[in-house]
Design a protein around this ligand. Structure first.
Ligand code: EPU
Length: 419
């Protein structure tokens, strides 16, 4: 078993180069299944979700060549099976994107129910509704999803809930459908725009991604031959922005799109931090104790749920009592028990948590309960006095490339230790 050992407190200072976005990359890879040809994807984050996505593609028949740690060339000319490997697809959430892509390309797919972080109920009814509206039949038996269609036909689909996954999945299915599909009440996250841009580069006709109405004019075929670079990771950038505030440090984050960081920037300024927006880089520094704030997580462009635990660390150390209302997931406050072991004073009740700010945290053995909880514990460890041991690293490794190295470069005393 591995653990991260963090010795604090440290003020984080220096530069971090932000990686490509996990939640875009895990959709772009299955999207290549729609292409009858070869394409290259660059700026891929080197994380375990990407390794598993590649293995799934290979089992379906894709040929993958690694050009470097962050670039792959994928040849999806020959798809050899419509059964996705159940053991791999159950390992993470985004494996469900093979459904939309394979329905579009092959008209058929058999895949295990997706896994991923346990954040409460994670139904996929909106995905299924979209596929059925396009003309597919979908059934669920003993944890396996079977989806089939003779030829998908464009239609209008109103999403009852703003869902990142359902928006992308239905968009994938609609790209090669006959006629026009309109997705209403679509999610607007940067990774949705990235997937649409990628598909358009390969010959798709998708308009309106990034707004709540997406129009997809079906095309006969997607061609390969292009190189595409994954959008910078909004959540990794936000994690380091909040780490700068929590440790009263000074960080320059390179390779980011600051427009995607506006809701985080606004909250950092509200708690007394400073932000310098340079367009493709952002500097965040803080030289006083953060002040209290109230947060409500919302779909983009609201404050992202995936930065809620990291913001929770800042509010644990703030002057006064703050609240967070988590409006996306039912169970995203498990990390508060771990922060309380480090001296935080947080009371979580259902979808709300109350943070009575303390002056400092102290080290303790803690458990990463999900991906972003793990990142929050790393941030908490750098602010805390003494030694913090973080367990369950498999969650963190799913979504953060080389987390200890990136934190070490900006001054954290952090080691990965095998027990
Ligand atoms: N929902 C439904 N029915 C559906 C789909 C979603 O009721 O068919 C509900 C969910 O239960 C949730 C809400 O709608 O309450 C939003 O879920 P969404 O579908 O947007 O989430 P997701 O696609 O499963 C992605 C990210 C998550 C991130 C959410 C919200 C990926 C692979 N995952 O999940 O990222 O929290 O959007 O922004 O893109 C993470 O990176 O740590 C992470 C959990």
């Amino acid at each position: 078993m591995e653990k991260l050992v963090v010795t604090g407190p440290t003020q984080l200072k220096g530069e971090v180069v932000i990686s490509g976005a996990k939640n875009a990359a895990v959709a772009l890879l299955p999207a290549t299944l729609l292409i009858d040809g070869v394409c290259t994807i660059e700026n891929l984050p080197n994380i375990s979700d990407i390794q598993i996505s590649c293995k799934i593609l290979e089992e379906l028949g894709a040929k993958i060549t690694w050009n470097s740690q962050h670039s792959i060339t994928i040849d999806t000319t020959n798809i050899v099976t419509t059964k996705a490997p159940l053991d791999l697809t159950s390992k993470f959430r985004a494996s469900y994107y093979v459904i939309g892509a394979m329905l579009g390309r092959m008209g058929e797919i058999e895949v295990g129910m997706p896994g991923g972080c346990k954040l409460g109920a994670r139904p996929i009814d909106q995905h299924i509704k979209g596929f059925e509206r396009l003309g597919a039949t979908v059934s669920l038996e003993k944890g396996t999803i079977y989806a089939k269609a003779k030829k998908l036909k464009g239609t209008s689909i109103y999403m009852d809930i703003v869902s990142v996954g359902a928006t992308i999945n239905v968009m994938l299915a609609a790209v090669l459908a006959k006629g026009t599909t309109i997705i209403d009440n679509a999610a607007k996250e940067p990774h949705i725009v990235d997937v649409a841009n990628f598909l358009n580069t390969m010959g798709a006709d998708i308009r309106g991604a990034g707004t709540d109405v997406i129009k997809i004019n079906g095309v006969e075929k997607l061609h390969g031959g292009a190189t595409y670079s994954v959008v910078p990771d909004q959540i990794e950038a936000g994690t380091f922005m909040l780490a700068a505030v929590a440790t009263r440090g000074d960080l320059l984050l390179k390779n980011c799109i600051t427009k995607h960081l506006e809701s985080i920037t606004a909250k950092i300024i509200e708690v007394g931090g400073n932000v310098e927006d340079n367009g493709d880089s952002i500097r965040v520094w803080c030289n006083k104790r953060p002040s209290k704030a109230n947060i409500k997580t919302l779909p983009y462009p609201g404050f992202p749920t995936d930065l809620q635990p990291q913001m929770g660390v800042v509010l644990s150390l703030a002057n006064g009592t703050s609240t967070i209302n988590e409006s996306i997931w039912d169970s995203r406050f498990q990390y508060t028990d771990e922060l309380n072991k480090m001296g935080a004073k947080i009371t979580a009740q259902g979808k709300n948590a109350f943070f009575e700010g303390v002056k400092k945290l102290h080290g303790a053995p803690v458990y990463s309960t999900d991906l972003r909880a793990g990142a929050a514990l790393v941030v908490a460890g750098t602010t805390a006095e003494g030694v913090t041991e973080i367990y369950n690293l498999q969650h963190i490794d799913r979504g953060y490339e080389n987390i200890e190295e990136k934190f070490r470069k900006i001054g954290a005393k952090i080691e990965r230790v095998k027990e």
